[in-house]
Design a binder for this molecule. Structure first.
Ligand code: CO
Ligand code: CO
Ligand code: CO
Length: 346
């Protein structure tokens, strides 16, 4: 990188999905706002789901979502790809296919034109890889750069996957390793190795399309993508929404090795603490070590899909995922809710 080139992440106060407003705060901000009803609105914002879904006809529903955040990588092309992959993910998490996207961008006055061009090129490349189009967008001037997409996709109304359909007996499957938040934070402080940084860049630019395409051929009852609220935050939303409890086998979770090392040393993103204070009253940590818990709360950017699969189909889905996702993991089971805690680590 040339000396006079801006380091994008230095312009960002918090990285990627770590910049998300905490789940508890968000719920309070939305309190008391009157929500209009429409029988065709299958999923609205009151459901804490990944995207809203609106039924157009018996066999077609619209999926809509928006995500944008400050730079999580210094290379603008990479940042563009990550932001786009992350935004597209919420459509995949509903079992849908993205079709149309709009750019959302904030750029500092003095950001070099070439860097802005590269950022956009990253977004376009990911959107085309997803089989969707960018049809426009909106840009404003801001001291801190930000980029993302509003995404519209399609899903069959009977095949949409919410985060609230998990049933007792379901098997929990997950598709990317955890620790992306820890490593992006460490990278900003120049504490992460080049190979780990390259690894999280690959993970964050990997579309959840592969996971989604396999998932829709199997009986899956619920799905969500693991992003800013971490595995336990998004898992808790699934458990509450579905009226069930989850048992997570910590030894089956794939933690990025260097993220584990850093977590043991207490190098953790701010978002981890927010996620922990939001969810911890509902989590029984069992015998999980503190660093493991921390990584389960680690905010992910463009993280994997968490699926609750019908037990009769779980083996086949797990096998099929192995060839389609960065890291197929069978991390636990769904149980009948007994009152009290929602998530049990073992
Ligand atoms: Co999501
Ligand atoms: Co979302
Ligand atoms: Co999102």
């Amino acid at each position: 990188m040339a000396e006079n080139e801006v380091k994008l992440t230095k312009l960002a106060r918090c990285a990627g999905c770590g910049a998300k407003v905490g789940a508890g705060v968000l719920a309070r901000l939305l309190e008391g706002i009157r929500v209009h009803q429409d029988p065709n609105l299958l999923v609205g914002f009151d459901k804490s789901d990944d995207a809203s879904v609106y039924k157009i006809s018996e066999d077609l529903a619209l999926v809509q979502t928006v995500d944008f955040f400050p730079p999580i990588a210094d290379d603008p092309y990479l940042f563009g790809q990550i932001a786009a992959a992350n935004a597209l993910s919420d459509v995949y998490a509903m079992g849908g296919e993205p079709r149309l996207c709009l750019n959302i961008m904030a750029v500092p006055k003095d950001m070099p034109q070439e860097a802005v061009h590269e950022l956009l090129r990253g977004g376009y490349d990911k959107v085309y890889e997803a089989g969707a189009l960018i049809t426009g967008g909106h840009s404003i001037l801001d001291d801190e750069p930000k980029y993302g997409l509003a995404v519209t996709g399609f899903v069959h109304p009977d095949k949409m996957l919410t985060n609230s359909g998990a049933k007792p007996g379901d098997v929990l499957l997950f598709t990317k390793p955890l620790g992306i938040g820890v490593l992006t934070t460490a990278a900003k402080a120049e504490l992460a190795s080049q190979s780990s940084i390259a690894c999280i860049h690959r993970l964050m630019t990997t579309l959840n399309k592969g996971a989604r395409d396999v998932m829709v051929n199997h009986r899956v009852h619920a799905c969500t993508d693991v992003t800013g609220f971490g595995l336990l935050g998004h898992g808790l939303e699934m458990a509450q929404g579905s009226g069930v409890e989850l048992e997570i086998d910590v030894s089956a979770v794939d933690f990025l090795p260097e993220a584990a090392e850093l977590a043991r040393m207490g190098i953790l993103p701010e978002g981890m603490y927010r996620n922990r204070s939001f969810a911890e009253n509902s989590v029984d940590p069992g015998t999980a070590e503190l660093w493991q818990q921390d990584l389960l709360y680690d905010p992910q950017t463009s993280g994997g899909l968490l699926m609750a699969a019908d037990p009769a189909d779980a083996d086949a889905l797990f096998e099929a995922l192995k060839a389609a996702v960065p890291s197929a993991q069978r991390i636990g089971t769904v149980r009948e809710y007994r009152g009290g805690k929602r998530i049990f680590l073992k």
